[in-house]
Design a protein around this ligand. Structure first.
Ligand code: SF4
Length: 315
């Protein structure tokens, strides 16, 4: 797998602004880099990379601009490089645009599908019709464009059931394909509409523990359904630390979620153990106040010490 080389195009192409989002605040990047800048940077590379355009709705740029960015990426990077971008579902509905994109070595099209629940979509000010999202993804699949999904939990009006239901519906569509998945528990970022809702008492963010438990259930199910989690929780940056004013902001949230998912899986597969786990997963159980062991004990209805004694760490 090629190493990623990301360019952040904060909010570029976005028509509105989703209530929870401020890509500039999350990434600390305020200017959208131009295709010329991309070219200059990529000329410095000596090995092929996966060139990524993140942070906005890439395919909502005018076609000529999209072409300029795609050309910059393939022409200036070493031979063998590939391309990945994130975009709003439905942005590739246009046949001509899909034909254009297909002419490039696309490794993944990441679709922002935080939810498929119409009430939650409306609360988040996302213009998307869940039924159309399915049709749009089907078009990408017919064109053999590899799909990835970016989903969220803890959104305004969203419940666990609703998020798990989204996952099941997407799984039906993907069939046996292994779609990459990014899961972002919702944070309250300073300056967003969500901050106003939270300060006005109209939105209650998840705590770190709630996000870990909900996310753990979500990821456990996602793995069973054949999704491939590649990122859980936002990348920690100084900008994010400064601007996340509420919600499950924790640098190890991804690991807590994975620990919960693994504890659930182990207790389901073998209700009383012993549980054989790879040694590289040790910190998942013993780190963060022994969160993984505590959760395994709860799922297996035993004491922490009993749970710990029944875990066998293997090389
Ligand atoms: S969530 Fe995505 S579509 Fe919404 S404002 Fe942010 S970058 Fe744009």
């Amino acid at each position: 797998m090629l190493k990623k080389y990301p360019f952040f195009l904060p909010l570029a192409g976005c028509r509105g602004q989703c209530v929870y989002c401020d890509q500039r605040a999350i990434t600390g990047i305020t200017e959208v880099p131009s295709p010329e800048f991309v070219r200059r940077e990529l000329k410095k590379l000596t090995e092929p990379r996966e060139i990524c355009y993140f942070g906005g709705s890439f395919c909502r740029f005018p076609k000529e601009k999209i072409k300029e960015y795609l050309d910059a990426a393939v022409q200036a990077s070493p031979k063998g490089s590939t391309l990945r971008f994130s975009t709003y579902p439905g942005d590739l509905r246009d046949d001509e645009l899909r034909a254009l994109v297909k002419g490039y070595p696309i490794s993944r099209v990441e679709l922002g599908i935080p939810t498929l629940d119409p009430a939650v979509l409306a609360a988040c000010r996302r213009e998307a019709d869940p039924q159309k999202v399915f049709e749009d993804i089907a078009l990408l699949m017919e064109d053999s464009l590899p799909v990835g999904v970016q989903m969220m939990i803890g959104l305004p009006g969203q419940s666990r059931e609703s998020s798990l239901n989204d996952l099941e519906r997407l799984a039906t569509l993907k069939g046996a394909q292994r779609w990459e998945l990014r899961l972002y528990p919702c944070l309250v970022i300073a300056g967003t509409e969500l901050e106003a809702l939270w300060r006005g008492g109209k939105y209650i963010p998840l705590t770190v523990e709630e996000a870990a438990l909900w996310g753990g259930e979500f990821i456990e199910r996602a793995l069973v359904l054949g999704f491939v989690p590649i990122r859980i929780g936002l990348q920690e940056t100084e900008a994010l630390a400064a601007r996340a004013v509420a919600g499950p902001h924790h640098p190890a949230l991804g690991e807590l979620i994975l620990a919960e998912a693994e504890a659930r899986r182990l207790a389901k597969n073998s209700p009383k153990g012993p549980w054989r786990v790879p040694r590289r997963g040790l910190s998942m159980f013993t780190g963060h106040g022994r969160f993984g062991i505590k959760r395994l004990a709860i799922h297996a209805a035993m004491t922490e010490n009993e749970a710990e004694e029944r875990i066998i760490f293997e090389r």
